[in-house]
Design a protein around this ligand. Sequence first.
Ligand code: ADP
Ligand code: MG
Length: 273
Amino acid sequence: MSNPRLEIRNLSRRFAGQFAVDDVSLRLEPGQVTCLLGPSGCGKSTTLRIVAGVERQDSGEVLIDGALVCDGTRSQPPELRNIGMMFQDFALFPHLSVWENVAFGLKGAKSIRRARAEELLERVDLAGYGAQMPHELSGGEQQRVALARAVAPGPRIMLLDEPFSGLDDRLRDGIRDETLEVLREAGTAVLMVTHDPGEAMKMADEIALMRDGKIVQKGAPYTIYNSPIDKDAASFFSDINVMVGKVKGALAKTPFGEFFAPGHADGTILDIV
Ligand code: ADP
Ligand code: MG
């Protein structure tokens, strides 16, 4: 069997004694989109930063195509990992033209770099914009330039950290779909962070639900949506009603009536979802 494109094994990272990332493991195949979904502060960005090589772990390993890129002691520098990144606060180089921004990570003769940049600009519907300067473009157009720049060197893995949350609703869906189409086509494995369940449902092949540094559930979007592991996972996806009941004689008594609760001792307090 071939190696996964990206494998994260038992990754942990503490800040001031507190786990930011706590024993996280993930596998991504080429062309697969995995969403790390969870509330603010649960460790999503730290996980991505360790994979990118801009943050170190305390323990655990990251492998790309079966090759170790970092463990607790050794670490391959970020620029050698062939990983693309797009973050919310992406920045284009203001003094470089649009095509020069896209070609920034490319090697070779200027004419070849320019041709490749123009090809990518066409791919993100910005044909003819190459000679403009970033400030002449709208926010959504700049985002697409950033996307073209990130995919230009043909990364094996793309890390997206809420890159669409700064865009207004009107633009977001289009750019998001376009981004994924470009990445899937290229066979890039995508690890994407979001705190928006709707976005994860729409985009992911697999969702990894994170809480307090841990992955609490992993699966296909509809599996997680239909069979959440607990009431916190359920309430993350939709508004649910939780009632508190006290068990007596295999019945839980709530303000809204009694519910059958076999196997629970009298006096037990239950959450009824
Ligand atoms: P998320 O991206 O899910 O919002 P983060 O990975 O940014 O969460 O942060 C996880 C936890 O680690 C938070 O409690 C955050 O305050 C803490 N943290 C992240 N980076 C640092 C750092 N460089 N120094 C100290 N604490 C940090
Ligand atoms: Mg974050």
